[in-house]
Design a protein around this ligand. Sequence first.
Ligand SMILES: NC(=O)c1ccc[n+]([C@@H]2O[C@H](COP(=O)([O-])OP(=O)(O)OC[C@H]3O[C@@H](n4cnc5c(N)ncnc54)[C@H](O)[C@@H]3O)[C@@H](O)[C@H]2O)c1
Length: 247
Amino acid sequence: MKKIKVGLIGCGVISDIYLKNCRSFEHVEVVAVADLEQVRAEQKSKEYGIPIVLSVDELIHHEEIDIVRNLTPPGGHYALCLQALNAGKHVYVEKPLSVSLEEGKALIETASKKGLLIGAAPDTFLGAGLQTCRALIEEGAIGKPVLATAFMLKRGPEHWHPNPAFFYQADGGPMYDMGPYYLTAFISLMGSVKRVTASAGIPFLERTIMTGEDIKERKFRCIRRPIFPAMLNLKAGRSAPSLQALM
Ligand SMILES: NC(=O)c1ccc[n+]([C@@H]2O[C@H](COP(=O)([O-])OP(=O)(O)OC[C@H]3O[C@@H](n4cnc5c(N)ncnc54)[C@H](O)[C@@H]3O)[C@@H](O)[C@H]2O)c1
């Protein structure tokens, strides 16, 4: 089987797990890395033995690369994925696919017109836990589900992420960060959403980065509302429940 060559854009916190795990797939090889901050790409290249460090544009147009893996923060997902698709590359992007429904649809349409594949995290719904739940629901083991709830209650990412400001900007936030895990699980278990009702609040206008070395500016301002209760009504399908999510 032909080895699939991957070019990875965005050499931040989550890139390590991709670069480590990719080594265990014999048909996949990361051949190039890129980051707006080239020094980060150079570090990952050294650490994981990736042969080429490129600019983002060079990587997207590199003839050897089959798949572009986009691990930038959410605000960079749409533009980079679109560029990669237009350059004839398959794409895999971290969650969320994009920060608006229109952009997400445009990416899927572009991929389909060009005969390319696009995939997005999270893939957790393919794991044994959620697949077992789905099999149980489908075989009627718990009857017809009428209500599902999810809560993500924890201290903010500034307690573990060295560069957390993007989580609180207009193109970040808990719904784009942790929301995709719960919503993907719900939708794969119960079917798609008909109506959303939600409200949000900003409990602290300013937050402090609590981790990481060599951080010059520890305070940052929040724009996105990090408290997000939502109620979702589902289309009639596998079941007709409401979902409540508090993130
Ligand atoms: N950190 C986690 O635990 C985690 C887990 C799952 C998914 N994710 C997702 O992965 C993505 C990245 O998260 P992260 O924690 O690695 O962020 P990060 O800030 O640590 O890293 C992002 C990297 O992308 C680079 N970058 C930003 N814009 C770019 C652009 N336009 N072109 C090229 N490079 C660019 C930055 O310089 C940085 O090195 C996000 O979508 C996040 O939701 C993160």
